[in-house]
Design a protein around this ligand. Sequence first.
Ligand SMILES: [Ca+2]
Length: 180
Amino acid sequence: MLKVIARHEADLQAPSVLDRTRFLAALATVESSGGRNWQPNFEAGFWEGGLYWNVALAAYRDRWRKAADPEMAEWCGKAIACSWGPWQLLYVTAAELGYEGPPWGLSDADVCLKWVVALINKRLVPRLQAPLTDLGAVGMLADGYNSGTFLDTHVPFAYVQKVRAAYLDPGTLSRLSSLE
Ligand SMILES: [Ca+2]
């Protein structure tokens, strides 16, 4: 997993106070137990009848439902409502950012991280305001990654604290280094 991070961390346009490798490692640690638990996770809000269901999602559903053999067709549609990979990135988010592959393509750690970095660069980093400490940046980016933005009043405190703790934990990198 550290090799994957090493291939992408330079693309993260984060403030220089932030240790990019440790931040991306901390996110993977919290999202997928350090890369050990990253099966697709179905998010009902992004499926038919869910809070976020809309015409764009219906189009994704129809596109990928047809992508594979008939026995898998229903699942392939539902794959658009899953989060994927070590960073548990929502397919819908990646698609909004320009990802054109199938939802299940995001289970590849490199593909997943490429679009995670794109998300952070495009939607979060431009709204950060200096001066920042590294833990300040970690907190805002973790809030935004989990809740969509760090500029609103919804702050997922428990999640932010977990990412900060993983960022500070010297064991985070060594645990990830043992995983592909
Ligand atoms: Ca928020």
